[in-house]
Design a protein around this ligand. Structure first.
Ligand code: IFM
Length: 755
């Protein structure tokens, strides 16, 4: 496979510091480290964000904590700090190697006396020991000279809402330096420890205010080399965080940089092999698609189901480090098809947090489970009621994201159901997934309004996927997804009765559900589903089509201030048909079989010019549906927007005065969906899979891997031919549908379909 694994940026540009911090981010699901330089501090948004530890210090809202920066390092020569912020950089390059998850920098400084001093570093977030952030720095010069390399653990760190640590204790043991911190709200401990190993170059070391100063005598072109093994240990998985951190540092130093880097290559290689994506004829798309997968994997909790993937990954604290419906709808598909152990963690996270969802439903006077809009590690909703600020008046805006996005519970149920369909893992029902689906359905029944004259259930005062229009009635996406939840609940009940009758009886008693079945059936049979109307368009919500129908250009011409908020209650899109993100189009891309090709096409064409793509969740869905209905040129255009979002930085940085920068895992997951579920047309269908390709013109061949019901497959889609090979010898036959015809894929020979 011909892939350019290196993402590269040349030159120093202070305006790009924040953007590169996201673009060049590394992570291993345990922590993320922004793509900043070693000499950077809080003003450059240097941050190591950990998963699972959140804090509310009373200054804003609860957010994940950034821990002290163990990579903090710079060189000094002749009294001058050799950093891109202080000195003249003759050349500078920053690179991210996604095949090993390694960030690299190389800067040549031109010193006042004419000498050239080169500073290089490499770092990675280890996949073989998730606690470890490993770095190697190298300094060399074009003549003999004396310089200093300074390195420490910087505890004056960037936080959106200010300091999160009540106490920080400096520690030292066996040549390992560190800091143990305890959060303000819950007193949770995190330790950051670092061991320095000088592996080349004569030097003497001393300490100045917790910074280790290394005096290095450089010989012309002979580098000074230092390795720094930084461990991050949290009390979520370490009994004594400091002792564990010391141990981790020692062990990693023992294994050494090269060994750990080889492990990175092997472990990242396994991930890319699981995806198996090869795009022949389009190197640009190939790189962007793999980069998206890299970012998504970097934030994925392979080690735990205590958290899922935050909306901005582990690239910082934005969006409160919270997990949204983005996980189920956008990120889960790639893992369900390619890495089911991670998919299981993601769905089990919701199972673990059922209680929080029950409490939220009760808080609003409903029964069942109302999942949070911004879910944190404790399953509670981190969303504040006044989430935004009006930049004209400076007043807080009462938003209804938390109160009215009831579709989240349907997305959770949908995700669980899809996970089971793809992986065949029905056992998860006995581990709590059954309750989740049943309680989500119960919530919807308790929320529903039965409209007597029309003899149907309606859903009033909700907010759909399009957040610009809040508090609407009968949002199409919401209603269809609720029906699906009711169906899933009925199927769960049937399955339990048939396959696990004892558990069924127990559960009915435990959650007092016996009478509920009839309610859920009633809801399923009598819910109002907006149907295609004039021009086959499904109205996004009651009255949407009466909104002012204007172009995006016209809307933009009305903007007064660059970051003004366009949505409810007073933004420019209110009372217009301009929407923030895919909504009806999302519905059709997820529940494709419920609509005819013509209806899908017409709705895509209607909503596309009216969509502002003000959310990173939008373009991938327009690409997905376009690919599914054979609008491949449009699909390709939108795919590239989604796949390159974190490469180009083409995204909103502010909602009003709220900073929302970071990486975009939903778009990253959506990118995989477009390629595999859009262009190859893969989905589960009737106890097998369906594959209905529509390749973009320039793609000669698309290869990918997927799993179904515990077996692994490799597929190659060409212009007129599909080839599927089973890679699990003990598999049952797989039913494959293509263009409406059925085929069987057996483990011993590859299936070739001409389409
Ligand atoms: O969940 C999304 C929402 O749909 C649009 N605004 C951003 C959220 C987090 O990505």
């Amino acid at each position: 496979m011909c892939v350019d694994w290196c993402i590269r940026e040349e030159g120093v540009d202070e305006k790009k510091i924040e953007f590169l911090g996201n673009k060049m981010c590394i992570g291993n699901g345990y922590f993320g480290y922004r793509g900043t330089l070693e000499e950077y501090g809080k003003d450059q948004l240097a941050a190591c964000t950990v998963s699972e530890i959140f804090d509310d210090n009373g200054n804003g809202w609860r957010e994940p904590v950034n821990v002290p920066n163990g990579l903090y390092t710079w060189a000094e020569y002749a009294g001058e700090k050799l950093t891109v912020l202080d000195a003249q950089a003759e050349s500078h390059v920053q690179e991210l190697y996604i095949d090993t998850g390694t960030h690299r920098r190389e800067t040549v400084f031109a010193a006042g006396d004419g000498s050239r001093i080169k500073v290089e570093s490499e770092r990675f977030a280890s996949l073989s020991d998730l606690h470890m952030l490993v770095m190697r720095c190298q300094v060399s010069a074009d003549r003999d000279l004396e310089l200093r390399v300074c390195t420490g653990i910087d505890d004056d760190i960037w936080n959106i809402n200010g300091n999160h640590f009540a106490e920080t204790e400096i520690q030292e043991k066996d040549g390992v330096d560190g800091i143990v911190c305890r959060t303000i709200q819950d007193g949770r401990s995190v330790a950051v420890a670092a061991k320095i190993c000088i592996t080349a170059g004569a030097s003497v070391t001393d300490k100045k205010q917790d910074v280790t100063v290394i005096h290095a005598s450089l010989k012309k072109d002979v580098p000074f080399v230092m390795e720094k093994y930084t461990a991050i240990c949290k009390e979520t998985d370490c009994q004594d965080v400091w002792e564990s951190a010391v141990c981790c540092c020692m062990e990693s130093a023992e294994r050494g940089f090269e060994f750990l880097k080889e492990e990175q290559r092997r472990l990242w290689g396994e991930r890319y092999r699981r995806l198996g994506i090869e795009i022949k004829g389009d190197e640009e798309a190939q790189q962007a698609v793999l980069y998206s997968a890299y970012l998504l994997y970097s934030s994925a909790p392979a080690h735990t189901d205590r958290v899922a993937i935050p909306a901005r990954g582990l690239s910082g604290q934005v969006y409160k480090g919270a997990m949204f419906w983005d996980t189920e709808i956008y990120m889960l598909p790639m893992f369900a098809f390619c890495d089911p152990a991670i998919a299981r963690n993601l769905v089990m996270y919701r199972v673990r947090n059922l209680e929080g969802a029950r409490e939220k439903a009760a808080e609003y006077g409903y029964r069942g489970a109302f999942y949070p809009w911004e879910s944190q590690e404790n399953g509670k909703d981190g969303c504040t009621l006044y989430n935004l600020t009006d930049i004209f008046t400076g007043r807080k805006i009462r938003t209804y994201f938390r109160d009215k996005q009831i579709h989240i519970s349907a997305d959770v149920a949908y995700g669980l159901w899809k996970y089971m369909e793809v992986t065949g893992d029905k056992e998860i029902l006995l581990e709590g997934a059954a309750e989740v689906i049943l309680e989500c359905a119960r919530f919807f029944y308790s929320y529903a309004y039965y409209k007597k004259d029309k003899e149907r259930f309606e859903f009033l005062d909700v907010t759909g996927a399009d957040e610009y229009h809040e508090r609407v009635n009968n949002d199409a996406y919401t209603n269809y997804m609720i029906r699906l939840t009711a169906k899933a609940a009925l199927d769960v009940l049937d399955l339990l009765k048939r396959a696990y009758p004892d558990r069924y009886e127990e559960l009915m008693a435990e959650i007092d559900y016996r009478d509920e079945e009839e309610h859920i059936r009633d809801l399923y049979e009598n819910i109002y589903l907006p149907e295609p109307g004039a021009g086959l368009v499904i109205e996004q919500f009651d009255g949407y089509l009466k909104g002012e129908d204007l172009s995006l250009e016209e809307l933009y011409s009305r903007i007064i201030k660059p970051n003004e908020y366009l949505g409810s209650p007073t933004g420019l899109t209110v009372n217009t048909q301009i929407i923030k993100q895919a909504d009806v189009v999302l519905l059709m891309s997820l529940l494709g079989d419920a609509f005819t090709e013509k209806v899908k096409e017409k709705n895509w064409e209607y909503y596309e010019p009216r969509t502002e793509h003000g959310s990173s969740l939008s373009t991938c869905i327009y690409a997905l549906l376009a690919a599914q209905v054979g609008k491949t040129e449009w699909a390709y255009k939108y795919l590239m927007k989604a796949a390159k979002i974190d490469l180009t930085g083409d995204y909103k940085l502010y909602l009003g005065d709220l900073y929302i920068g970071g990486t975009h895992p939903a778009a990253n997951g959506g990118t995989w969906m477009v390629v595999v579920q859009g262009f190859a047309g893969l989905d589960v269908k009737d106890g097998g899979i369906r594959i209905d390709p529509h390749l973009p013109d320039k793609w000669e061949e698309l290869k990918f891997c997927f799993g179904y019901a515990g077996s692994r497959y490799r597929a190659a889609v060409r212009r007129r031919e599909i080839e599927i090979r089973c890679e699990s010898p003990e598999s049952a036959e797989l039913k494959v549908t293509c263009r409406g015809k059925e085929y069987l894929c057996t483990p011993d020979e590859s299936l070739k379909i001409t389409y």
